[in-house]
Design a protein around this ligand. Structure first.
Ligand code: HEC
Length: 126
């Protein structure tokens, strides 16, 4: 019979640290969700993903722009092998890798959405 009253007492005395922790966790969740929203609503990525890629064109684009570092057969030289890269990275991550220039010495590319879609379809082809 005593149990319920003990429970309500502890609930009323919810320590301030717990409340602060909840606010911090909530704020982090909002930030993470916000970043996720920005990433998923990137108009460039959206238009690439909505475009059907041609792996033959993609191969030609790859040989001109990427093969010097990633090898003639995606097998890697200065840059890592890109064989089966679509198993390690999502389409969005691959597009981001190509357009961001975040990992020197790999340069920042600005392919047209059609060219990026072609490249992506080539990279996904085993
Ligand atoms: C100057 C050399 C260079 C060129 C040119 C280059 N890359 Fe890269 N690339 C790199 C290097 C180095 C990395 C590894 C970066 C890291 O993670 O630190 C990389 C990483 C990548 C990755 C991630 C691989 C993984 O397993 O995580 C992808 C995808 C990629 N490159 C695609 C491309 C495409 C597509 C092109 C052509 C449009 C290209 N790269 C041109 C050097 C290059």
């Amino acid at each position: 019979m005593n149990k319920p009253s003990i429970q309500t007492e502890t609930e009323n005395q919810l320590p301030a640290t717990v409340a602060i922790a909840l606010i911090v966790v909530g704020a982090i969740a909002v930030i993470v969700f916000g970043i996720y929203q920005i990433q998923t609503s990137d108009p460039y990525i959206e238009s690439v993903l909505a475009t059907e890629g041609d792996p033959m064109r993609g191969h030609a684009i790859f040989q001109m722009n990427c093969a010097g570092c990633h090898g003639w057969r995606k097998d890697g030289r200065v840059g890592p092998s890109l064989e089966g890269v679509s198993e390690r990275k999502s389409d969005k991550e691959i597009i981001h890798q190509v357009i961001s220039g975040e990992t020197p010495p790999m340069p920042q590319f600005q392919p047209k959405p059609q060219d990026m879609a072609d490249l992506l379809s080539y990279l996904k082809k085993q």
